[in-house]
Design a protein around this ligand. Sequence first.
Ligand code: FEO
Ligand code: CA
Ligand code: CA
Length: 646
Amino acid sequence: MNRFDLAEQANHPRTQEDDFSKLVAHGLQRRRFLGVSATALGVTGFLGGLPFAASAASKHSPAGMAHNASNAVVSPRMGFAPVAANAADTITLPAGYKWDVVSSWGDPVLKGGQAFDAATRGSAASQALAMGDNNDGMSFFAMGKDHGVMAVNNEYTNYEYLFTSGQCASLEDTRKAQAAHGVTVFEVKQRGGKWQLQTGAPKNRRITANTTMRLSGPVAGSEWVKTKADPTGTTVLGTFNNCANGRTPWGTYLTCEENFNGYFGATAEMPADDTFKRYGISAKGAGYDWHKFDARFDLSHNPTEPNRFGWVVEIDPMDPSSTPVKRTALGRFKHENVEIVVNKDGRVVAYMGDDERGEHLYKFVSDARFDASNPSANSSLLDDGTLYVARFDAQQGALDGTGEWLELSAGKHGLTADKGFKTQADVLVHARLAATIVGATTMDRPEWVAAHPSGKQVYVTLTNNSKRGNDGQPVGGPNPRAKNSYGQILRWMPAGDDHASNTFSWDLFVLAGNPVVSPTSLKRGSPNVNADNMFNSPDGIAFDADGRLWIQTDGKYSNTGEFAGMGNNQMLCGDPVTGEIRRFLVGPVACEITGFSMTPDQTTMFVGVQHPGEDLAASHFPQGGTSVPRSSVIAISRVDGGVIGA
Ligand code: FEO
Ligand code: CA
Ligand code: CA
């Protein structure tokens, strides 16, 4: 869901906007949530500032919030009763809510597709006609109250379920795996209160690791992306490891290529490319083994092929014959999602996280302005503009501060020819290396970015970072804990509400943690974390039209040790004004909850359940019994038909 859907929605209570305006007018009110001051703090100082560190009785009471008689926080934005953590193999929702499966891995999407065959798990040919695996980011494009198009990323695949043998051992297997990746576009209709995939509908489409796409922007045609098969460096086959997503106000879907490196390997000599290390490209690969059967992924034969991945790809979900476009001006890294904001001057700003330990947070600002009256005129807005990377500044030990966006342009800030940055293509293909040179802050794995519907604040999940404190990743500022197991959500406020401004202020909305297991260390988390809502590894985040922040987790579900009491991965709801966080959903065994979109009236929420039962854990979601577990898109609604979360 993104703010442009939200702007079109009428149901935006005035009182909530007023609350939020007051909050931002006073700056980022760190004390409300964190109970800490901006003065230098060690662990002791931080805990000393927690309003309830010594009192279990006040565990629900972050400083400065409104309370009711039972001392619970009162959020005017959340009307549901929280659900308890659990390890059940199903979806748990608050009382008064229900869910249905919209589509699962292997469901027939295109004409001629067959029902999922649990005995064989399908072939390369059947998979190419079916819903891909491991659904992740998604967007719903409404075509009417009960009809729309879903664009859903299929990030990767679990060989333990994709193949009855558990391995990719042939070209046929490789083609099947490639067909399980990419994006699935399909029409959905609501009938009898249930949203269902419409097999064979006109807008249905499979985009896979072999779909023809175009490269555009400064890198197109450069030496970096020329191959034997494509000497012009303009035409690429496919997209894969499509993690999260974005959508544009001109109606297109953006899919983000994340861990593309793992699909490449070398059967003989590795090319001498010293940039491969920073992007994790190795002779062995990550175990997908495509390079053993498809020479395109064999670095010994195609050393520049990996440069054609790691981009944001734009897709027209309404035209199945359109060519997807890789927008190179947005930089090459391990993209999580992209949050598009139209700035007050009309320029388009794209915020993006690079999900790896110690990598960075980026933004792109377009040169031209969005023209709402002429959608086709916006088709090259993401090709011309400026890329920036964030530096966060804080006094030692402080959990708030200021920051600066550092321009990544050839010839500026030390990005000189002698360092390898002669052209903008050099900078964009190796955005990570350029970011280091300009002094970007190393972050705790930036995942999704979400802008509040008012446009005044932007949030990013920093999911966790086992290496914080080592490898040149100093502890401090927005990354305050060494060996960070739990993660945090950072937010910033652009100076003057101007997303094109180079400066901002920031604070932490929440430090996740476990106050039961570690009540007296920084591992307990911020005061808005308590025994009833604790979680780890925030990943997906999105705002709805009323300013509720939906938080999805991709964390440890062992439910033991430092994760005891947290249960399965889950979805929570946060109030950006009061700081309260409530658990809304618990997923099935060994899954990740990822992917979020809503119908414009907010009465249906689409959520993704990814890799239930991964690593052969005992899950039979969603069909139960002894069925093969299958990643699925689910639709959540209220029994009374009301607005979700309210
Ligand atoms: Fe695909 Fe960073 O999660
Ligand atoms: Ca993710
Ligand atoms: Ca994650």
